[in-house]
Design a protein around this ligand. Structure first.
Ligand SMILES: Cc1cc2nc3c(=O)[nH]c(=O)nc-3n(C[C@H](O)[C@H](O)[C@H](O)COP(=O)(O)OP(=O)(O)OC[C@H]3O[C@@H](n4cnc5c(N)ncnc54)[C@H](O)[C@@H]3O)c2cc1C
Length: 516
């Protein structure tokens, strides 16, 4: 007989799940326990190249207090129900709001959305998981606080807790979000409420200002993992600088990439340029300002180089388009601007575009907004390039060296094109590291293209690994595979910790390949 649920947790009978649902309802209230197909639909929309079926949740539960999160964990232990936690649930290209495995329940924390505290003098914040960046932005603006946010490109609709728990990044000098996190409250699988850093000291006021506390510092252990459910997070905010000077440098030739990285790395490491430097390729730029592939070519497969060149010319783009900014007092910015412009002049290539020259043109405008903490959703234009809603981020990490770039671009392009897909990529020089962020875009409404995209992603992982590269984060369909790239000792240690903290394996089994 067909089940009344869209899916059931692995090894749990319908009758047992009924009993668990009854308990969830008693603990959370009827409106906070959802099982109908209609209610589950927003949690099943994945963009990965696998069947939706593989990531369908069995139910959604919403908690509004820490005690309710504890109650959820207790019921999950009693009935051996696996629970996947989301904060704002916008992990697009990494699994969206859907669980890593079919049948897990989703604990949606979006209703826990209090900004508990913002201190404009110490420039710190403490928030609940459901707080969005837009909410924070509005709070800062309404209260005229001299503070600046850093966020991922889906800014307005995403939030700091989810993004930081997945070790996401942003575009201001505070863009390495986990580095700026300070103090975390976590519900453990046994129901204990643990506070990291100074958080366990009675009467202490330094929870949001001193990260390390005493003894082992465990914050990192809870990110990209399944060792606890974060219910509060502290983080640092940047004081709004008197002067913000965004700029772009356009480079005409693909071969310029090595020189660009060599030129910018010293400025980045010395903090002359204090934010992550983005070096976006032509198709990334074109797509984010709403160019569609079908405007140029309607035959299937990858887009030939001569068309990419044509788009570059038509849209006045560089082969590589560098974005960065200067922040500080007028004097500081003036000195650093001199250093930047002299470096470019010395290189003898690259056209600088200032904000005054760019005006309101895209993609400069949205990049400048991201670098100054103003939310926008312009980057979603990427999805219109090919259409069909398929997207998987492939983001190998390397040293920030010019010698890393050419071979990576060639390798990625060859693999993508072989599978009929395009290279839509950018390099981000974080500090000493570089993320090569490639959006594997495909038409998810075509079964055939979806299969190709899946094979393509697997090949990208394999071939990059052979060259010594691994990704910093990956969509839920490939988390087990990527865990292997980091070696057996790490996996063994992670399993040992998992077994100790969560003997029933109820917290997000499979996240980052970790299970009991
Ligand atoms: C066009 C586009 C551009 C993007 N650009 C960026 C970018 O610049 N930088 C970037 O980082 N990402 C980017 N992304 C990816 C993603 O959309 C963002 O990282 C987004 O911030 C993540 O969603 P979220 O903040 O709602 O987190 P959530 O979806 O709520 O959480 C992310 C993951 O963290 C874990 N988690 C969440 N909450 C908890 C909790 N309370 N306790 C324990 N674990 C938890 C879960 O595994 C969850 O799946 C982009 C996506 C798109 C579509």
């Amino acid at each position: 007989m067909a089940s009344k649920y869209l899916a059931l947790p692995k090894g749990v009978s319908e009758a047992r799940f009924d009993a668990a649902i009854k308990k969830f309802t008693a603990a959370l209230g009827k409106d906070n326990v959802l099982t109908s197909g209609e209610h589950l639909q927003p949690y099943t929309k994945v963009m990965m190249a696998v069947e939706t079926e593989k990531h369908i949740p069995s139910a959604i539960v919403m908690a509004t207090t820490v005690e309710q999160v504890q109650a959820v964990v207790k019921i999950c232990n009693e009935y051996k129900i696996p629970v996947w936690t989301i904060s704002t649930g916008r992990n697009f290209g990494y699994g969206s709001a859907a669980p890593v495995e079919r049948g897990q329940i989703v604990l949606d924390l979006r209703k826990m959305n209090k900004i508990i505290h913002i201190d404009p003098e110490l420039c710190t914040a403490l928030v609940e998981p459901g707080v969005t960046y837009q909410q924070l932005y509005d709070y800062i603006e309404d209260n005229k606080l001299p503070l600046m946010l850093s966020f991922s490109a889906p800014s307005a609709i995403a939030g700091p807790v989810g993004n930081t728990m997945d070790r996401g990044v942003g575009y201001t000098p505070y863009g390495e979000h986990f580095l700026m996190q300070c103090g975390m409250e976590v519900v453990l699988a046994n129901g204990d409420v643990y506070r990291t850093g100074m958080g366990g000291v009675k009467g202490d006021k330094a929870w949001q200002v001193f990260k390390w506390g005493y003894g082992p510092t465990l914050d990192g252990m809870f990110t990209q993992s399944n060792y606890g459910i974060c219910t509060k997070m502290g983080f640092w905010l940047m004081p709004k600088p008197p002067v913000f000077k965004p700029f772009e440098i356009k480079f005409d030739n693909e071969a310029d990439i090595s020189e660009i990285v060599e030129m910018l790395r010293p400025l980045r490491i010395a903090q002359i340029i204090p934010n992550a430097v983005v070096i976006a390729g032509t198709l990334w730029e074109a797509a984010t300002c709403n160019t569609r592939r079908s405007d140029y070519i309607t035959t299937p497969g990858h887009t030939p180089d001569h068309i990419v060149k044509q788009i570059q010319k038509d849209k006045h783009l560089g082969a590589w388009n560098v974005y960065a900014a200067l922040y500080g007092s007028p004097e500081q910015v003036e000195v650093n601007w001199k250093i930047v412009t002299e470096t470019i002049k010395k290189a003898g290539k690259g056209r600088i575009v200032t904000q005054e020259e760019a005006g309101d043109t895209q993609p400069f405008k949205y990049r400048a907004q991201l670098m100054s903490g103003v939310p926008n959703l312009q980057e979603f234009g990427l999805y219109n390039w090919r259409g069909g809603g398929g997207s998987m981020w492939f983001a190998p990490v390397s040293q920030a060296r010019g010698s890393e770039c050419d071979k990576q671009v060639k390798l990625a392009k060859t693999i993508l094109n072989k599978h009929g897909l395009d290279y839509v990529g950018e390099f981000i020089v974080g500090w000493r590291d570089m993320h090569h962020v490639i959006d594997v875009l495909f038409d998810r409404s075509s079964e055939e293209e979806t299969k190709r995209a899946n094979a393509c992603f697997a090949e990208l992982l394999d071939e990059f690994e052979k060259e010594g590269y691994a990704v910093y984060r990956v969509n839920t369909a490939f988390q087990e595979r990527v865990a292997n790239s980091y070696g057996p000792v790490k996996r063994k240690l992670e399993k040992t910790i998992k077994r100790a903290l969560d003997p029933n394996g109820i917290l997000a089994p499979g996240k980052s390949g970790i299970r009991i």
